[in-house]
Design a protein around this ligand. Sequence first.
Ligand SMILES: [Zn+2]
Length: 191
Amino acid sequence: MTKTTATQPNKSILPAYVDIDKWADQGYHWQGNLQVANFKRLAEVISQSAESVAPLSFSISRTGGVYWFEFTVTAEVESQCQRCLQPMTLTLNKQVKLAILENEEQASQLTEDDDWILIEDVVEIVGREIRLPIASVIEDELLLEIPLSPKHEINDKDCVPVDFIEDDEEEEAEGEKENPFAILAGLKGKS
Ligand SMILES: [Zn+2]
């Protein structure tokens, strides 16, 4: 028989969820690395490199009846620069302190700067457990960090715009209407 104690579960693996009702009062802290590839929705919008890991730490606590989910995550993901169309690494840095409220009235306990979310919108209640899906909430926040049109730094010398193809097309289209040589030829004809 293995003696079971109220210690936190295996901390080397990110738990799929944390029962916030069970852990919030004594505090729950996790620190480790997780595979970026585990973020399925993130993987849909980026070309991820499977090996890249995201250092992550999070904690769950409760203050005055309000649950707090705090986390810090850094994820390097592969994307494509929209100026030069070359691959580029995006570093997503997120430091979040999120209040999880049982009702909107609890928002009065927060300061204006506090971010909050309603418990019913984020947890899954199974029996007496209030399961907070850790990775999913973190992934939501990381998705917000991805720019719609990622680009290298403006002074990156290797970032050569490839929009000349579009420009050529534009010039051709314009040329049909107003070809500078045609105008020149017209002027010559008049003289
Ligand atoms: Zn670029």
